[in-house]
Design a protein around this ligand. Sequence first.
Ligand SMILES: Nc1ncnc2c1ncn2[C@@H]1O[C@H](COP(=O)(O)OP(=O)(O)OP(=O)(O)O)[C@@H](O)[C@H]1O
Ligand SMILES: [Mg+2]
Length: 416
Amino acid sequence: MKRLRQRPSDPLPPGDDHPVKRPTSGEPAPDIRELRARLAEAEETLRAIHSGEVDAIVTTGKNGPQVFTLEGAEHPYRVLIESMSEGALTLATDTTILYANQCFARMVKCPLEQVTGSAFRRFLSATDGAALRLLDKQAANAGAKIQVHLLACDGSRLPVQISLRPLARKGANGAALAMVVTDMTEARRTEEMLRTLTNRVVQAQEAERRHVALELHDHITQLVCAMLFRSQTLANRLSDHEGTLKQEAITLREMLGRTAEEVERISSGLRPGVLEELGLAAMLRATTMEFAERTGVSIKLSCAPLPARLPADTELTLYSILQEALKNVEQHARARHVTVRLTKRDADVQLMIHDDGIGFDAEHHPTPRKGNGGLGLLSMGERAIHSGGALEVKSVRRAGRAKSGTTIEVRIPLGS
Ligand SMILES: Nc1ncnc2c1ncn2[C@@H]1O[C@H](COP(=O)(O)OP(=O)(O)OP(=O)(O)O)[C@@H](O)[C@H]1O
Ligand SMILES: [Mg+2]
């Protein structure tokens, strides 16, 4: 219930046009003292409204005294909050729900009368409750957000995002915290769809690579080998008298030999079959050596002895991430040294690729979702998640004398 409290300085006697006397015709204009008094009074009124000391304001206008109650002022906000498609609450310091809108009651599938007055933690699991308490402390001076699950009265769970805003001054009813609760079901579904889609893109990419590798190996390499053989025959048949022609045939044979090697290198880089045959450590060695030879960037590889062969899927994930990371080093980093480390940590296998290049803003790097980025980092992350692990990208941009570079770290549980 609202209390109508009049300020003591506004007794408003009948017939009086308090708080400020309006000059009647013939009276002199208000002097400076009167103006100062009016100003002070206006300031005092504003302060009282601001601090919540008054529930109503009485003014004197042309049509006589008018009362503006706070309840009246609150009305549009109440309508707004009730029509929101998000839950809105105010809580006391001990998290008792002082006010909740209908939308929140619908979210927790509980009658509003039962929601108001109950403890907010009733709608959270113990873990989520603890996380929220922690956030509440951190959010002492600013708003904060957390994603949790609401436990509804029928036992169902609803993914939500809670935005917290501590109230600078506790309201008359003791409200210490305001909350907006957003239903994340749709957002989660979209995220899941996007993940599935990206996963499909990665798998399609994998199938395509395998296809290209086979085409290269079965057709192009065969053809190049046949040409190599023919050019060798040609070179052998040409007599030494035909010096220039013979030299041309020999050069042609050498070029074809190099082409066959290059095609085989590209083909084996694309073919997971080679990985299956040689194992991860051998592939990491071959890939890093080839990278150093081709690019001139020095590379240091260390492989911890792993218990046994890792699951094929894990090996492929780690190998693909190395390939993608090295491709980025070559294309973007301008690095001089690269370190690759394969280790076992607790129950995880971990691959770290570090370069001392120019670095980039890993927090805000353009993503394909925004339509302006490549696929490399995204596919690395998706591959890691697909294998039950996680990928972390840390990068320091070249600024002044600060050490710059990029580190990609992927961890995959050994049991996955
Ligand atoms: N090691 C690195 N050093 C410096 N910048 C990097 C590094 N790795 C990634 N980047 C930056 O991050 C961006 C995104 O990388 P990502 O691999 O996702 O896409 P891309 O390399 O541009 O394209 P794609 O991988 O599809 O060929 C790059 O364009 C580059 O600006
Ligand atoms: Mg890339």
